[in-house]
Design a binder for this molecule. Structure first.
Ligand SMILES: N[C@@H](CCC(=O)N[C@@H](CS)C(=O)NCC(=O)O)C(=O)O
Length: 199
């Protein structure tokens, strides 16, 4: 049995639950509220010294961290991840894009505005976070205006990774009306059998 340490409201943790559901792996979930210090306890730091969820404990006790690495681990050998080569590299491009250019802005705005209701506390940082978030959405729109999926011609973990926070971007007050390619893609991902969106 796999054990997932995760926070139910988190898109990063959603990715892990979704790939486990999509590859028919049962798992136990231990809820850790990362907004309430749950990732900073000695007990949790013994699981992930980096103090972040998600973390997955395998049957042999090995611990996996970093949501997109976890996606790749469980997608290995399935249609969610192409074989090594250019097609796989295209998937990885989007995974790294998500972590460096998308999640730090879209997830953070959602957490500050939608979850913590702390708009005033972060008023000085929000404009830049929103601007960078829209920049990431524009990159996605360029691809999705002419393609059904982010990488290649079929759904992959690139789509799961980017769906995680894009489908709840409105909770961070991102307006998607000017991004028809993204909106159509969100519906395509929602329509994949077994997908259980966050919101
Ligand atoms: N790069 C990490 C980011 C994980 C992350 O930021 N997790 C947040 C919750 S979504 C967290 O645990 N934050 C607690 C903290 O930073 O103290 C991943 O993709 O797994």
């Amino acid at each position: 049995m796999l054990t997932v340490y995760g926070f139910g409201a988190s898109g990063n943790c959603w990715k892990v639950a979704q790939i486990l559901r999509s590859t028919d792996r049962p798992f136990a979930w231990i809820e850790v509220d990362s907004n309430a210090g749950g990732t900073r306890t000695d007990a949790f730091l013994a699981v992930n010294p980096n103090g972040k969820v998600p973390a997955v404990v395998l049957a042999d006790g090995e611990v996996l961290t970093e949501s997109n690495a976890i996606l790749a681990h469980f997608a290995e050998g399935t249609a969610w991840l192409p074989a090594p080569g250019l097609a796989r590299t295209r998937v990885f491009e989007w995974l790294f894009f998500e972590q460096y250019s998308h999640e730090p802005y879209i997830a953070v705005a959602r957490n500050w505005i939608g979850y913590l209701k702390a708009r005033t506390r972060y008023a000085d940082r929000l404009p830049e976070v929103m601007e960078r978030g829209y920049r990431a959405l524009a990159v996605m729109e360029r691809r999705l205006a002419g393609a059904d999926w982010l990488a290649g011609g079929a759904p992959s973990i690139a789509d799961l990774a980017l769906f995680a926070y894009t489908h709840v971007a409105h909770e961070g007050e991102f307006e998607l009306s000017a991004y028809p390619g993204i909106r159509a893609w969100l519906e395509r991902v929602r329509a994949i059998p077994g997908i259980e969106p966050l919101g």
